[in-house]
Design a protein around this ligand. Structure first.
Ligand code: NAD
Ligand code: ZN
Ligand code: ZN
Length: 344
């Protein structure tokens, strides 16, 4: 079968022919119907050799949807032909976090060498993929896999980041979304669906700001040194209740630090490598700072439910497996509208 693989440090990924995978005990083989392209893939493909821990060659794709093609010995709970989305942050399945469905915060995965598809084991950018356990599969019914595949990360990750802040997003409050790309354009819709807060989006490209408004942002501002001042102005000089940073550079974290209100929250989702100073005088009093990773399995069902009722929808640009490398190049230039989705 054909697969898109990252094969050599610093080189673009390539489409290659690889053997058809065979599901082992308890595993499920999916015929992939859609695979999303995440900025984190560019991050890992930009790592120098001594920091790269995902194995080579690596079949990319940690956002996946497919149809069950075959069950390994003993695998149960899904049937051949079921249309499913893949819950990507695989955990041990047994620790306290996994038992709550929060495999994204599994306490044993790292030590046990359990890695997500596309980020250590073969991912969804292929005609077929192996899913380790049927519990990682969420039925999507008649939803279009291309339209919803990005919910498995670009939707789930902001959903998780926002659900933890809902008690701070009462009517009259303000949330700031920094970076209106794949994750950010869904964060705006999730905020509008789950709360009555004012949503202010920040980005560095006018097309992204236009899209932010189209998908529900009340205000859209250029992300520059003056942005925090403008956010304060739009909040009656109080500041934002919740700042969600989908970039995570030192510049955006500085914006977050200077526009958050007393007793507000900063949630760091972007892996831009920036640093937020922590000390008694570095933020307004009472500020909570969290970093969040992906989301829980129940939250994946919830974000898919929001798509089913039409309350969130992913802006997608569609690519073939052969065009995926070009899609990555464009993502690196902030030139993808919403999410790029590969149809193998
Ligand atoms: P994306 O490229 O689709 O979106 C990034 C957006 O940020 C773009 O619209 C870009 O124009 C904008 N941007 C760039 N610099 C900016 C700045 N200085 N100020 C404001 N906006 C700016 O990327 P994505 O796939 O949505 O991922 C966003 C980030 O989240 C990446 O760092 C990615 O690696 C990370 N991520 C984290 C998790 C997690 O679990 N924490 C999960 C998925 C992705
Ligand atoms: Zn991702
Ligand atoms: Zn676990």
């Amino acid at each position: 079968m054909r697969a898109l693989q990252y094969r050599a440090i610093g080189k673009p990924p390539e489409v290659v022919e690889v053997p058809k995978p065979v599901p082992g005990p308890g595993q499920v083989l999916l015929e992939v119907t859609a695979a999303g392209i995440c900025h984190s893939d560019l991050f890992i493909m930009g790592l120098p050799e001594d920091h790269y821990v995902y194995g080579l060659p690596l079949t990319l794709g940690h956002e996946g949807a497919g149809v069950v093609a075959e069950l390994g010995p003993g695998a149960a709970g899904v049937e051949v032909g079921d249309a499913v989305a893949v819950y990507g942050p695989w955990g041990c399945g047994r620790c306290d976090a996994c038992l709550r469905g929060a495999e994204n915060y599994c306490t044993r995965a790292a030590a046990a060498g359990i890695m997500p598809p596309g980020l250590g084991v073969p991912g969804a950018m292929a005609e077929l993929m192996i899913v380790d356990d049927p519990r990682h599969l969420v039925p999507i019914g008649g939803l279009d896999p291309v339209e919803i595949v990005a919910l498995t990360d670009a939707g789930l990750t902001p959903y998780h980041a926002i659900s933890g802040e809902l008690s701070h997003l009462a009517p009259g409050s303000t949330a700031v979304v920094i970076g209106a790309g794949g994750l950010g354009h869904l964060a705006i819709q999730i905020l509008r669906a789950l709360s009555a807060c004012q949503v202010i989006a920040l980005d560095v490209h006018q097309e992204k700001l236009d899209m932010a408004v189209k998908v529900g942002a009340h205000e859209a501002l250029h992300s520059d040194a003056d942005a925090a001042h403008k956010v304060r102005h739009l909040t009656g000089e109080v500041g934002a209740d919740v700042v969600l940073d989908f970039v995570g550079s030192s510049a955006t974290l500085e914006t977050a630090r200077t526009c958050v209100r007393i007793d507000g929250s900063i949630v760091i989702v972007g892996i831009g490598g920036g640093v937020l100073p922590a000390g008694f005088f570095s933020t307004p009093f009472g500020v909570r700072v969290r970093n969040t990773y992906w989301g829980t399995r129940p939250e994946l069902e919830e974000i898919i439910a929001l798509a089913r009722t039409g309350q969130v929808s992913v802006e997608t640009e569609r690519f073939s497996l052969d065009e995926a490398s070009e899609a990555y190049r464009r993502l690196g230039e902030d030139d993808i509208r919403g999410r790029a989705v590969v149809v193998p």
